[in-house]
Design a protein around this ligand. Structure first.
Ligand SMILES: *[C@@H]1O[C@H](CO)[C@@H](O)[C@H](O)[C@H]1NC(C)=O
Ligand SMILES: *[C@@H]1O[C@H](CO)[C@@H](O)[C@H](O)[C@H]1NC(C)=O
Ligand SMILES: *[C@@H]1O[C@H](CO)[C@@H](O)[C@H](O)[C@H]1NC(C)=O
Ligand SMILES: *[C@@H]1O[C@H](CO)[C@@H](O)[C@H](O)[C@H]1NC(C)=O
Ligand SMILES: *[C@@H]1O[C@H](CO)[C@@H](O)[C@H](O)[C@H]1NC(C)=O
Ligand SMILES: *[C@@H]1O[C@H](CO)[C@@H](O)[C@H](O)[C@H]1NC(C)=O
Length: 321
């Protein structure tokens, strides 16, 4: 399925979220769109979302100004020489799926050299460094082992993982297996999703796995993939999955198919701190939403929205297809 590897770095600098509702310190979103309707629902007072990232090293202004902690990433080698200055005021993550030919596709030894030159020095600035985020495919763990063998002086603070598949048992088996092999590292699940086309199954998977990971001490953070794809309806409202994940009801709608826009201040609704948090959830999904959530659509959307701009060297603002 989708396979992404990342070296994730993250700073210890956490924004204190002193809003009306306690945020979930583990729960984040991978944010590939540049559509204002999305961030307003995730950024509202009742939202549980505490962190976000967008596979880039500098946040677009709508993420920079959200009341959500932004984690920069050094996706591959392009622009790595300016990464340190990009992250100085914030946290960071680095290198996306170096073991995968369609992702950052790096040799472990090359990645290790870049790591020591550009990433390891960030430690002295108090930044926590996440290791390479390997895919859950068979190339993942061998790549990671080769990387650690080549990077004996690297000090990794946590290990990011990606997983796509079906069934809570398969997911739990994977994360426990990695934890068993690398017990010294806390884990961030920076991309994961249930790929079933049955939306009841997806909802149940999200419900079970978030509760499960909230209770696992060695899981520091997780981010469902992706907020922009399968937690929103076509008019930008939170669907059942989006309400479950953010713990909040829709306060803003805007067509998410209308393309990028420079400003996020166009509101059809706004933050409403007195709105009761979501506690009951709408029936699952229209057929239109199901088609947008198929694994194939996820892949196509991810490639067009995230990978293409990054591959051609654009970091920062990403555009919704
Ligand atoms: C987040 O919101 C709370 C109150 O809603 C505020 O106290 C805090 O300063 C905000 N943080 C940021 C980074 O905007
Ligand atoms: C996010 O919420 C904060 C208040 O907590 C607000 O100041 C900020 O403008 C919001 N940002 C966006 C992009 O909605
Ligand atoms: C690791 O650091 C030690 C001490 O600075 C050095 O002697 C050694 O060559 C380094 N190893 C690698 C693989 O860079
Ligand atoms: C979807 O999954 C639910 C729960 O497992 C099941 O009851 C339902 O029959 C499934 N729907 C389809 C169309 O397979
Ligand atoms: C989540 O699971 C709990 C039981 O573990 C159940 O009571 C609750 O209704 C579920 N929520 C949703 C939205 O499916
Ligand atoms: C979204 O677009 C549809 C038509 O494609 C329109 O009917 C609907 O009102 C729009 N919703 C919003 C919130 O603008």
């Amino acid at each position: 399925m989708l396979v992404h590897l990342s070296f994730f770095l993250s700073v210890c600098l956490w924004i204190s979220l002193a809003s009306g509702r306690t945020k979930n310190p583990k729960r984040g979103i991978g944010y590939a769109g540049d559509v204002p309707g999305d961030i307003i629902n995730a950024n509202q007072s009742n939202s549980l979302i505490s962190w976000d990232y967008n596979w880039a090293s500098i946040p677009p202004d709508y993420l920079a100004t959200a009341n959500i902690s932004y984690i920069p990433m050094q996706w591959g080698s392009v622009g790595i020489d300016s990464f340190a200055s990009d992250v100085q005021a914030q946290g960071a993550t680095a290198f996306n799926e170096p073991d995968f030919i369609d992702e950052s596709n790096m040799e472990p030894a090359d990645a290790a050299k870049l790591w020591m030159q550009f990433l390891q020095p960030l430690k002295s600035q108090g930044i926590r460094l996440g290791g390479p985020a390997v895919t859950a495919s068979s190339t993942g763990v061998p790549w990671l082992q080769a990387f650690f063998a080549a990077c004996t002086n690297c000090t990794i603070d946590f290990l990011p993982l990606h997983w796509y598949g079906s069934g809570v048992d398969a997911f739990y088996n994977y994360i426990w297996s990695i934890h068993g092999q690398f017990p010294q590292y806390p884990i961030w699940i920076t991309e994961y999703a249930e790929t079933s086309a049955n939306q009841s199954v997806v909802m149940d998977f999200m419900n079970q796995t978030t509760v499960y990971m909230d209770g696992l001490s060695w899981i520091e953070r997780y981010a469902w993939f992706g907020y922009f794809v399968n937690m929103l309806t076509d008019d930008g409202a939170l669907n059942a999955l989006g309400q479950l994940y953010t713990g909040a009801k829709t306060v803003h709608t805007e067509n998410v198919t209308s393309g990028p826009t420079a400003t996020y201040n166009t509101v059809n609704g706004a933050d409403n701190p007195t709105f009761a948090p979501a506690s009951t959830f709408p029936a699952v999904f229209s057929s239109a939403v199901i088609s947008r959530e198929s694994p194939l659509s996820l892949v196509v959307l991810f490639v067009t929205v995230v990978l293409a701009p990054i591959v051609i060297g654009i970091s920062g603002i990403l555009y919704a297809a």
